[in-house]
Write a protein that binds this ligand. Structure first.
Ligand SMILES: [Zn+2]
Ligand SMILES: [Zn+2]
Length: 71
């Protein structure tokens, strides 16, 4: 059985990072499935952590220009 590690936020369950598949000898055969291994990281993604302050409406326009200096 192949494994694919998927890192998800523990609260909102959004995907944080998807690793490449770690293939076994049966990889690619008919009926062979890939087992997803979920690793929980953090709490919520940036999209959901800002939801409370901006309920129901999309991301405010003009904020995107700040993105470059955020990191
Ligand atoms: Zn496999
Ligand atoms: Zn999320």
């Amino acid at each position: 059985m192949c494994y694919k590690v998927v890192e998800r936020y523990s609260v909102c369950k959004c995907i944080y990072f998807q690793h490449s598949i770690d293939p076994c000898t049966a990889y690619g055969q008919r009926g062979h499935s890939i087992q997803e291994k979920t690793v929980l990281v953090g709490y919520v993604c940036s999209r959901h952590s800002s939801r409370a302050s901006n309920a129901g409406h999309g991301p405010d326009s003009g904020y995107a220009s700040n993105k470059g200096s955020y990191r």
